[in-house]
Design a protein around this ligand. Sequence first.
Ligand code: CTP
Length: 411
Amino acid sequence: MTASPGKRILLIIGGGIAAYKTLELIRRLRERGISVRAVMTQAAQQFITKLSVESLTETKVFDDLFALTDGSGMGHIELSRDADLLAVAPATADLLAKMAQGLAGDLASTLLLATDKKILAAPAMNLRMWLHPATQRNCAILKADGVSFVGPEIGGMACGEHGPGRMSEPPVILAAIEDMLKHDTRIPLPAGVLEGRRVVVTSGPTHEPIDPVRYIGNRSSGKQGHAIAAAAAAAGADVVLVSGPVALPDPLGVKTLHVETAEEMLKEVEAALPADIFIGVAAVADWRVAKVSPSKIKKDAKQAPSLTLVENPDILAAIGHQSKNRPALVAGFAAESEKLEENARAKLAAKNCDMIVANDVSESSGVFGGESNKVCIFTKAGKESLPLMSKQEVAAHLVAKLAAMLAGSGR
Ligand code: CTP
């Protein structure tokens, strides 16, 4: 484990019996050279005192939303801006619910909403509260929003029950914090950077019909493509999303066109041009059935039917090689289960792209259908590896990078 001297943590202490362990966490963080500023909820102060926390952090503890500068010259937004990372320990069911809903009724929840830094939550609660669908739903929302979790552990609880819900021990939380501090902890908010720009995105799988009821498809959920379209819209762009069949809502503020097949997708993408940026995220089926049966193929024949496949148009390559209407930037994904860099670079060249985002889709990676993604971005200028992050965070990074490339291109 590498030390993180000079780093600053904003520690949000929730109201749970595990708060006593947070005192030990503060000591361990400070031993590692990490400075700690603490915020306590009112409930936390029922379990441990402000005096203990102030003694261990050697600084004032904050707990009042309405004491705007709290006598220390620090407004509440600065409290989170000033930190490298926010850690919530114990993260109670109540705090997690507030975070998931974006509530901001007290100082702790306001800081968690107003932050531009990553958040690590260490949940601690009674096992029934932890296993309750509401808590599980809130945690799923938070994970999708990019919040990291450490624990809870399974074990005996202060309430006498046994099960999941114990807060992780301070060394485990410390290790998770130090791991996060190794990477960039800022959440990129590319607000306005694509103002006045037009972006076309493809997302989801395509379904290639075999007969009226069957099709060839793949496991793409569309989560990454939809997140990119949403991030581009949040950055001010006029966005057209051409989506294959997915079980996701249309992203807010995005013109979403629904298609089934690769050929329909290509048609809609071409009709959406001209654009400044094209991002091909869809897992387009490489082949379609040469002759779609107009009626359902019956299984009563002696032999299983044989399907003749023909290659589908490559949408990304078609847009990359456009002579008249080529967007200033063309970006694609490379779903690879082996030889990531070699295959990604080959796609960058063959499809005439400005960026290829390579991700490992081997079964063990959990990328297809999952909430997170670990990608490596290849451009003609170089390569950038991003740590494992939520699909929303990947989207924000890509949009920020494409916006910077577009600004740099002078177009
Ligand atoms: N793509 C596309 N049209 C296709 C196939 C792929 O637009 N018919 C795009 C995808 O949206 C993605 C990129 O091309 O941005 C790479 O997709 P991928 O499945 O990784 O590669 P393929 O080109 O299909 O090559 P292979 O399956 O052999 O790896």
